[in-house]
Design a protein around this ligand. Structure first.
Ligand code: 5GP
Length: 225
């Protein structure tokens, strides 16, 4: 029989990945938290969405989003290539490509999504057992405005638009499995790491368990007096 460390390793590898879906009102710090999580855990893969909006400063094609034209978006729609998609309230369109997700989940890698509540609803319908949803809230509205102004990526007009949409966005907080108030990024990251660890131990995700328990059972049979 393999030694105990090998068993733990084997069970860790033979598993079904989870889909961690993050959402938060603009200015809550969601992107920063997601980036920190990805840095510290190589088993987390970011689901790169497509969008028709233009890249913000610092964003990279293929890393933050795949930046596509309306014509390309329509083509994906026609092909049925999306897991979920949403024509956004901001005037831009977003979508998750099936090809981005399934290849990871099936080999036990967890996928991180940055998507809104409409996307979550579609994903929940398609893959209810795979979804873990996490909503982040800001400590105050004053702080949100300060963060949006400080990041200097949006015009005052866009900031005002985002502020107006905030209450509508926030009203969906109770559709999520976990809710974390982001006061301090480091603390929030630690809290979310705990959520991820616990979710990885869920029985439905440990697909190697049935074989393992069978082996234990065979061994127990052999040990009967
Ligand atoms: P932003 O333009 O600020 O990056 O994102 C605007 C909104 O679109 C955010 O609420 C974000 O979560 C959402 N979003 C980004 N990618 C996707 C996606 O693939 N699907 C859905 N449904 N929403 C997305």
């Amino acid at each position: 029989m393999t030694d105990n460390a090998d068993i733990i390793n084997h069970l860790r590898n033979v598993r079904r990945g989870a889909m961690f879906i993050f959402e938060a009102p603009s200015g809550t710090g969601k992107s920063t938290v997601i980036k920190e999580l990805m840095k510290s855990d190589s088993n987390l893969k970011f689901s790169v969405s497509v969008t028709t909006r233009t890249p913000r400063e610092g964003e990279k094609d293929g890393v933050d989003y795949f930046y596509i034209t309306d014509e390309q978006y329509d083509e994906y729609l026609k092909q049925g290539a999306f897991y979920e998609y949403v024509d956004s309230q901001y005037g831009s369109r977003y979508g998750t490509l099936k090809s981005e997700v399934d290849s990871f989940i099936n080999v036990g890698q967890d996928v991180v999504f940055d998507m809104d509540w409409m996307g979550l609803r579609q994903m929940k319908e398609k893959a209810p057992d795979d979804i873990v949803s996490i909503y982040m809230l800001p400590p105050s509205i004053k702080e949100v405005r300060r963060r949006l102004i400080d990041r200097q990526t949006d015009s005052i007009e866009t900031i005002n638009k985002r502020m107006n949409l905030l209450r509508d966005k926030m009203s969906h907080w109770n559709e999520y499995d976990y809710v974390v108030v982001n006061v301090d990024v480091a603390q929030t990251v630690e809290t979310i790491k705990e959520i991820i660890s616990a979710e990885r131990m869920k029985r439905v995700r440990q697909t190697g368990l049935a074989d393992f328990v069978k082996k234990l059972d065979d061994e127990a049979k052999g040990n009967e007096a």
